[in-house]
Design a protein around this ligand. Structure first.
Ligand code: 5AD
Length: 358
């Protein structure tokens, strides 16, 4: 098989962002040749070195609540899953966990929860943000909200917001969400966040039932059109208590997850890309491999252990206490072993965002 056209597309992709047609992205995703993929990986890694250096930024992830108003067909904490014991960390515990992260050298935290829209929830995160934002970079991942709420959190000190679009394909989106979930509202939230000068992150699940290589290639183009600063995406992993569960190939999902990281780096060049927990769920060194495919952010889970088992978005989600001295050392060694270093005490801002503001 000849990879001529794909190889020249790869060369051109290195010259400038968005310099690769969607059809070539799809063609690359389709290709399973190990030699060609080693070239793609290495090209993507070279771009990561150019824009970021051999360094990984940590975000301490606090899973603040599993209460969710949504009923997404793929997600373990969907509203109608009665097997989940619901919890919400009080303000004090969120603040305590984040400050512990700071003591451990993390420059930033990500606060994530199920999607809740209420005055109580808005006010709660205002309190948390006011307590933390002078010490740490804070990323919120709290779902769709009104412009007013996004503004209040921005005023309280939030700098970044992560809202995955999950898939940019409208038809697939409607197949994996109930009717009440509105693609256009989600997309509009991304625009509002951008207008409010957040560093904006989005992402998709990779390997969803019915998702094609073309759809994934168009997801990458969507990231570019939305002009996001950060990408958090990972393989889809079925959860037994959800309607979407079914036949699924874990190795295929894992490989596709790595390929999407490499192609997103090749397409966007200077954004932050996370090596997500879903990769680690499929392979113990999945996150480190993600770094070698072009990612530059890791989100060690620092949620207090007693809540962990109730934040299972998918089956076999890792439960490690990433605050323990043992796992911190193991992670640090794994990162050093691949020739990278940890950006301690740094907020690890997206170079793409900084370039917009220079
Ligand atoms: N597999 C992989 N990722 C999932 N998420 C939710 N359910 C699953 C699943 N079954 C992801 C979604 C969401 C993020 C918090 O977790 O992309 O945005």
């Amino acid at each position: 098989m000849s990879f001529g056209p794909l190889e020249s597309a790869l060369k051109r992709a290195l010259e400038a962002p968005k310099n690769i047609p969607v059809s070539s992205l799809a063609g690359m995703l389709c290709c399973d040749d190990a030699g060609f993929w080693e070239e793609v990986r290495s090209a993507s890694y070279s771009l990561k070195l150019k824009h970021i250096g051999p360094a990984v930024s940590f975000r301490g992830l606090v899973e603040c609540s599993n209460v969710c108003a949504k009923d997404c067909y793929y997600c373990g904490i969907r509203k109608s899953n009665k097997n989940v014991c619901r919890y919400s960390l009080p303000e004090s515990e969120i603040i305590e966990s984040a400050l512990l992260a700071k003591e451990l050298g993390y420059g930033s935290v990500a606060l994530q929860s199920g999607e809740i829209e209420s005055e109580a929830n808005t006010a709660k995160f205002e309190v948390v943000l006011k307590a933390l934002s002078q010490y740490l970079g804070v990323t919120l991942s709290l779902g769709e909200q009104t412009e007013k709420v996004f503004q209040r959190w921005r005023d309280a000190g939030a700098k970044r917001y992560l809202l995955r679009i999950e898939t940019s394909d409208r038809e697939l989106y409607s197949r994996i969400h109930p009717n009440s979930c509105d693609f256009l509202r989600r997309q509009n939230c991304l625009r509002i966040l951008r207008d409010l000068d957040y560093q904006v992150g989005t992402g998709v699940m990779i390997g969803l039932p019915g998702q094609t290589f073309d759809m994934l290639a168009r997801d990458i183009a969507f990231f570019g059109e939305t002009d996001v600063d950060m990408i958090g995406m990972g393989p889809y992993i079925p959860h037994p208590d959800t309607p979407l569960k079914g036949a699924w190939d874990s190795e295929k999902a894992y490989k596709l997850g790595l390929k999407m990281i490499a192609l997103t780096r090749l397409y966007l060049h200077d954004v932050n890309i996370a090596a997500t927990t879903a990769l680690q769920a499929l392979s113990p060194r999945g996150r480190e491999e993600g770094l070698l495919y072009g990612a530059n952010v890791m989100m060690p889970n620092i949620t207090p252990l007693k809540y962990r088992e109730n934040y299972k978005l998918y089956a076999d989600k890792p439960q490690t206490d990433e605050n323990s001295a043992e796992s911190r050392e193991a992670l640090s060694e794994a990162i050093i072993s691949i020739g990278e270093r940890i950006n301690y005490h740094s907020e690890g801002n997206s170079p793409h965002y900084l370039a917009r503001h220079s």
